[in-house]
Design a protein around this ligand. Structure first.
Ligand code: NDP
Length: 453
């Protein structure tokens, strides 16, 4: 049977764009991609990229303060020029979107700027009603914010809107204790907003190494975040000048803006018309096997839509594995172990491998930690501490986890992740010469375990 395309991709985010252009680069492959919103997806348009630029912008307030301890005569600044920054941010996102569009065009991918849905195993229908057939269909529509059902929830912002605020909030409430909540609590504190953060549990960044996240939490508090545990919003009302919330303790407080960062769910809405027969999980995720193949052989799904690991580099790797599997006759699946990640809080956290809690449940471990004031902070009389922790298997000497809380922790953990992935032992770390004077030299100079379990 002759199809219109070899591959039809629905969703133009990191995963979808990568799969489309890599497939199109293969010999004579005809590829199409439909995207109803802006190209680049969550990462480029309303996630990693604008977030990281906000992190850079927010860091200057502490850099200005610190610079005085180094002899710089920085005059009292007037705070962040929000209009200047947000206009520049928006222009940068548009520039990057343009690059994504060009990447597709230059690879020969046919693009459709509209919603598409699956009709059957080889047919896709656009919002215009036009239908196309394809040998393979790849679903890569990403994720979307998940909001609890509480009165007044329509008044809150999610991470989709936080990048396009017309004014900088003076008083911001952030609900959630995950990546997004903690990163924006640090960012807006750096911008000069008064940030309150409600975390429903007893800890932020649940699931990560407890010792590392406690340090992040304590330092976020020292930096000015009013971080409160065990607090839930019960109701939100819109008053004349603010948003008024009631919490589970009956307290009533007013805020300029409220950001809910309470997790993300797969964005499968409208993807199928019901007759396609794709298996879908409780959260709307497309159920796939280890090769990202759905319950229908010719339809694959990758990225946040499959609710495996909601990270851009994972979606990209899944895209590359899909191309190998479907078009290069080389079935490829991902190894989801030891995925490094960074949380761009202040202080930043980088982590790879097992937390102490998980590692100790699996077998005996030695724990190496170092907790110190880096040279730069020390000279500036800044109280911010850095922390590095290695989790080492007692039996094999393998390093099972590396957790870093320090400026540049994300950059450091990328390197440590190679060693962990290769199965490096503590002896390998010890045999590595330190780079001096750096924060990361502590990774290879820790001598004695602080405890064993
Ligand atoms: P997370 O899953 O990381 O965190 C969700 C948070 O919301 C948790 O603290 C959770 O609490 C809390 N929560 C859930 N439901 C409610 C509720 N009804 N009321 C109050 N609190 C609630 O989600 P995020 O939205 O922060 O981020 C989504 C994903 O995006 C991340 O998992 C990550 O994969 C990705 N991401 C990655 C980044 C990076 O790589 N730097 C940056 C940003 C996002 P509890 O712990 O009690 O469940």
């Amino acid at each position: 049977m002759k199809f219109d395309y070899d591959l039809f991709v629905i969703g133009g985010g990191s995963g979808g764009v990568r799969a489309a252009r890599v497939t199109a680069a293969l010999n004579n492959k005809r590829v199409a991609l439909a995207e109803m919103d802006r190209y680049g997806g969550t990462c480029v348009i309303r996630g990693c990229v604008p977030k990281k630029l906000m992190v850079f912008a927010s860091e200057f307030s502490s850099i200005f303060t610190e610079s005085r301890s180094y002899g710089w005569d920085v005059q009292k600044d007037n705070g962040l020029n929000w209009n200047f920054f947000s206009e520049k941010l928006s222009a940068e996102v548009s520039r990057l979107e343009h690059i994504y569009r060009n990447l597709l065009k230059n690879s020969g991918v046919q693009t459709f700027d509209q919603h598409a849905k699956v009709i059957n195993e080889h047919t896709v229908e656009l919002a215009t009603g036009e239908q196309f057939t394809s040998e393979y269909i790849l679903l890569a529509t990403g994720g979307k914010p998940d909001l609890p059902n509480i009165p007044g929830i329509d008044h809150v912002l999610t991470s989709d809107q936080i990048f396009s605020l017309s004014t900088l909030p003076q008083k911001l409430l952030i609900v959630g204790g995950g990546y997004i909540a903690c990163e924006f609590a640090s960012i807006f504190t750096g911008f000069g907003s008064k940030v309150t953060q409600f975390c429903r549990g007893e800890t932020i960044l649940r699931g990560f190494d407890r010792e590392a996240t406690s340090l992040v939490a304590n330092q976020m508090k020292s930096n000015g975040v009013d971080l409160q545990y065990g607090v839930n919003v019960i109701e939100i009302n819109n008053t004349e000048n603010s948003f008024r919330i009631t919490d589970n303790y009956g307290r009533v407080q007013d805020f300029d803006r409220i950001l809910f960062a309470t997790g993300r769910v797969p964005n499968s809405y409208g993807l199928q018309n019901g007759s396609a027969g794709l298996s879908v999980g409780d959260k709307g995720e497309i159920i796939v096997n280890k090769y990202s193949q759905s319950s229908i052989d010719s339809i694959y799904a990758i990225g946040d839509l499959t609710n495996r690991k909601q990270l851009t580099p994972i979606a990209i790797k899944e895209a590359m594995a899909f191309v190998q599997t479907a078009f290069v006759n080389n079935p490829t699946c991902l190894d989801y172990s030891s995925i490094p990640t960074a949380i761009f809080t202040k202080p930043e956290m980088g982590t790879v491998g097992l937390s102490e809690e998980v590692a100790a449940e699996r077998g005996p471990v030695d724990i190496f930690t170092t907790y110190f004031k880096p040279m730069r902070s020390s000279f500036a009389d800044n109280e911010e501490k850095s922390f590095i922790k290695l989790i080492v298997c007692k039996n094999s000497d393998r390093v099972l986890g590396v957790h870093i809380v320090a400026p540049g922790a994300g950059e450091m953990v990328q390197m440590a992740a190679i060693a962990v992935k290769m199965g490096a032992t503590k002896k390998d770390f010890d045999n590595t010469v330190a780079v001096h004077p750096t924060i990361s030299e502590e990774i290879v100079t820790m001598q004695k375990p602080v405890r064993s379990s």
